[in-house]
Design a protein. Structure first.
Length: 667
C-alpha cells in the first residue's frame, strides 16, 4: 500500500485513465502477488508430497516411481521459485513459473502412475487430476489469463491421458471428461470473479487513499493558513507564540538559552500616509523577505508580530550572538535602500529599530522576555530609531515599575485613581447603540496614566483584580444601568474573579440593590491560554446565567481554548478578535473570517466584530450580515457623561419594558 499511498498523494487533482489505473494496480500488487505465490507453491508442494500416501493405497506397485517423481518435481519447482525471487523477477514471471510447475507435477505423476498394473484403480484415481486444475484457479492468486491457460492445459492433459492410459468404456470416459470440464468451467469462473473482486478492492482502496490525501492536503492548507501571515507569508503571531513557548520549555528543561528581537519599521505610518497602503504592503513584503533571509542564515525563526512589527527568536550560544544578529538585520534593511523621502530625520530610506532581550536566570515567565524586548524597542525608538537596544536589567531607566503599580493599586479605589470609560457597540442595521463595554483606567499619584496591558497583569498577580472587578460591576450598575443611560453594559472578568468564592452572589446582590435585571449586565471572558477550563469557573458561569446575566466570549480566535469553551458553555455573544477583520484586505483573510462567522452562526450565538476602524470595515460587516460592531470608527472609549453629551447613547431614559421588547431574554 506504500506505492498506492504515494500515487494517491501525487494524483489528488488529475484523474487517471482506466489503463493507468490497471497499470497502477499491477504495480501496487507486485510484491503481494509474489509473496502469495511463494507461500502457495510451498504449501502446494507439501500437499503434493503428502499425496504419496494415496499412491501407496491405490497404485502401490509403482509408488516408488511416483514418490520419486513427486520429490524431483517438488524440489525443482521450489528451487526455480526461490531463484526467481532472488533475482527479483517480476510477479508475472513468478506466477508463470508456478503455473508450469503445477502442470509439470501433474504430467510427471501421470507418466509414473500409468505404469501400474492396477489399471482399474488407476482409471478412477486419475480423477484426482482435477485437483491440479482447481489449485491453479483457486489456490493461487494468478491473474485470470495465466490461470485460464494453465487450467485449460490441465484439462487437455487429463482428456488425453483418459484416452491413452485407461481401459474404461466410452461412457465412463465421457462421464469423467464431463466432470473435469465442469470443474474447469466452474473454477475458471470463480477465478475470474476473484480477480475482479481484487481489482474492485484496489479501486476502493485507491479512492479512499485519494480522499485521505485530499483531506490531509486540506488540513495542511488550513494549518498553514492559520499559522501564516496573509501579507508577508511569515509565521503569524499565533504560530510564533507557540514557537516561543517551545523555546521557553527547552530553556526550562535543558537550560538552552535564546534571545528575542522585536523589529519595528521606522516611520511606517508616515510611509503609508504618503505613499498609500498598497505601497506600504509592498514595502512590508520586501522587508519581511529580507529579514527572513537574514534570519535563516543565522538559524533563527521570524514572524510578523503585528502591523509593521516583526519578531525573531534565535539561539544564543554566546552573549554577543543576539546583538550581532540585530546589527546584521539593521544593516541589511539599510542596504535595501527602499526609498522613504518623507521622513523628518534626514534619512531617505526605510530603516528598522530593534529591541533585544535574552533569557537570564532571573527570567521567570515567558511573557517577561517579550516585555523586556518591547521596552528595549521603545528605548531604541526614543533614541532616534535606526538603531538597536539590548535590554539591560541593571539600567535604572529599564527597571520594572510593576512594584510601583502594585503599590498604587492598593490605594487606587480609596484615592480615586481608577475610573471607567465606555466604548459603544453599534447595531449596523438600526444604527443605534445596543450596548457599551466598560474599560478600566488607572493613573499614578502624579497623574501618569498606566495602560491596562501593564496594570491588569499586576492586579491579577497581586489579587487586587477581585476588589477592582467588584467596584467596576457596582459602578456600571449604578451609573449606567440603574439610570437607564444604556440598555446593556459589559464588564470584563478575570479568571481569578470567576474562581473567587461568592462572586456570583455579589453580582446577585448588586443587581438587586439597584433594581437591575440580569439580562442588562454582560460578562466578557477573554479567550486565552491563561484561562483554563475548570469546575470552579464553569460553575460560576452557570450561576451567573441563572441570574439572567449575559456571558460573552471576548477576543475569539486569539487563544487556544475557544472551541472548548463553545462546546461547554452557551455564550450569548462571541466577539471576534480585530486581527481577523484587519486581515480582510486579502481574499485569504476574508475566507478565514467567513469560516469563523459560519462556525459561530452554526452555534447560534450573536456575533460582534471588534476593531472596526474604517467605513470599509463597516460596509464589509453589513455585507456579511453582522449586526453588532465595535471600534474606533464607531466611537472611542469615553466617560459616560461625554458619551451622553455626544448623543452616542441613543437609549437614554429607555424603560425596562422597552428593553424587554428589544432584547428579550438577553439573546
Amino acid at each position: 500500500m506504500h506505492v498506492l499511498a504515494e500515487t494517491a498523494a501525487a494524483t489528488v487533482q488529475p484523474t487517471l485513465s482506466p489503463e493507468q489505473l490497471r497499470g497502477l494496480y499491477k504495480q501496487e500488487s507486485e510484491s503481494g502477488r509474489k509473496s502469495a505465490t511463494r507461500k502457495g507453491l510451498w504449501v502446494a508442494v507439501a500437499t503434493y508430497l503428502a499425496y504419496s500416501f494415496t499412491d501407496y493405497l491405490f497404485i502401490g506397485d509403482v509408488v516408488q516411481y511416483t514418490v520419486a517423481g513427486r520429490l524431483v518435481v517438488g524440489i525443482a519447482a521450489l528451487c526455480v521459485l526461490e531463484f526467481l525471487l532472488y533475482r527479483k523477477a517480476k510477479a508475472d514471471t513468478v506466477d508463470m513459473a508456478a503455473a508450469l510447475s503445477v502442470l509439470a507435477a501433474y504430467l510427471v505423476w501421470l507418466l509414473t502412475a500409468q505404469m501400474t498394473t492396477l489399471r482399474d484403480a488407476f482409471s478412477y484415481y486419475m480423477v484426482f487430476g482435477a485437483i491440479f486444475m482447481m489449485s491453479v484457479n483457486l489456490f493461487f492468486s494468478f491473474r485470470f489469463p495465466v490461470a485460464l491457460a494453465a487450467s485449460a492445459t490441465n484439462v487437455l492433459i487429463f482428456i488425453c491421458a483418459l484416452d491413452l492410459f485407461t481401459p474404461m468404456v466410452l461412457l465412463h470416459k465421457l462421464i469423467l471428461g464431463a466432470f473435469c470440464i465442469s470443474c474447469f468451467v466452474f473454477t475458471s469462473y470463480v477465478n475470474l470473479q476473484l480477480n475482479r473482486e481484487r481489482y474492485k478492492v484496489f479501486l476502493n482502496a485507491f479512492e479512499a487513499s485519494l480522499q485521505q490525501a485530499a483531506a490531509d492536503e486540506r488540513g495542511r492548507a488550513l494549518l498553514h493558513l492559520s499559522n501564516t501571515d496573509s501579507l508577508t507569508g511569515l509565521e503569524n503571531r499565533r504560530a510564533i507564540d507557540q514557537r516561543l513557548r517551545d523555546c521557553w520549555q527547552r530553556w526550562q528543561d535543558a537550560g538552552v538559552p535564546f534571545a528575542v528581537l522585536l523589529i519595528d519599521v521606522d516611520y511606517f505610518k508616515r510611509y503609508n500616509d504618503c505613499y498609500g497602503h498598497q505601497e506600504g504592503d509592498r514595502c512590508l513584503v520586501a522587508v519581511a523577505e529580507l529579514l527572513q533571509s537574514v534570519a535563516a542564515s543565522w538559524d533563527s525563526m521570524i514572524g510578523r508580530y503585528g502591523g509593521e512589527e516583526f519578531i525573531v527568536i534565535t539561539p544564543m550560544p554566546n552573549s554577543e550572538r543576539a546583538t550581532e544578529l540585530a546589527e546584521a538585520m539593521c544593516s541589511a534593511v539599510r542596504a535595501l535602500a527602499w526609498p522613504h523621502e518623507h521622513r523628518r530625520d534626514g534619512t531617505a530610506v526605510i530603516t528598522v529599530s530593534v529591541g533585544v532581550s535574552r533569557t537570564r536566570h532571573q527570567t521567570r515567565q515567558v511573557d517577561k522576555i517579550i516585555h523586556e524586548a518591547d521596552r528595549a524597542l521603545y528605548a531604541a525608538k526614543a533614541a532616534g530609531r535606526n538603531t538597536l537596544v539590548v535590554f539591560d536589567p541593571d539600567d535604572p531607566e529599564s527597571s520594572d515599575d510593576s512594584e510601583d503599580i502594585a503599590a498604587t493599586l492598593k490605594i487606587a479605589l480609596e484615592r480615586g485613581l481608577v475610573s471607567l470609560v465606555y466604548q459603544p457597540i453599534r447595531n449596523v442595521q438600526t444604527g443605534k447603540t445596543d450596548a457599551v463595554e466598560a474599560l478600566m483606567r488607572l493613573t499614578m499619584l502624579d497623574g501618569t496614566p498606566v495602560p491596562p496591558v501593564k496594570f491588569i497583569p499586576v492586579a491579577e498577580r497581586t489579587g487586587s483584580i477581585v476588589e477592582l472587578g467588584r467596584w467596576a460591576i457596582r459602578t456600571v450598575c449604578r451609573d449606567l444601568l440603574a439610570t437607564d443611560l444604556i440598555q446593556v453594559a459589559s464588564v470584563n472578568v478575570s479568571p481569578i474573579e470567576l474562581k473567587t468564592p461568592g462572586f456570583a452572589a455579589y453580582v446577585a446582590a448588586t443587581l438587586a440593590e439597584f433594581g437591575v435585571t440580569g439580562a442588562r449586565l454582560a460578562f466578557e471572558i477573554t479567550e486565552g491560554v491563561e484561562l483554563e477550563i475548570d469546575q470552579d469557573v464553569v460553575r460560576c458561569i452557570s450561576d451567573l446565567r441563572k441570574l439572567g446575566a449575559q456571558v460573552w466570549l471576548d477576543d475569539f480566535g486569539t487563544g487556544f481554548a475557544g472551541l472548548s469553551w463553545l462546546r461547554l458553555i452557551e455564550f450569548d455573544t462571541v466577539k471576534i478578535d480585530r486581527s481577523f477583520l484587519h486581515d480582510c484586505d486579502t481574499e485569504r483573510g476574508k475566507r478565514m473570517l467567513l469560516d469563523i462567522i459560519g462556525l459561530l452562526r452554526n452555534r447560534g450565538v450573536r456575533i460582534l466584530i471588534e476593531g472596526v476602524e474604517t467605513i470599509e470595515h463597516q460596509r464589509l460587516m453589513q455585507q456579511y450580515g453582522i449586526n453588532q460592531i465595535q471600534g474606533y470608527f464607531i466611537a472611542r472609549p469615553a466617560p459616560a457623561a461625554q458619551l451622553e453629551a455626544d448623543n452616542v447613547l441613543p437609549f437614554s431614559r429607555v424603560r425596562n419594558h422597552d428593553s424587554k421588547r428589544l432584547f428579550g431574554n438577553g439573546a
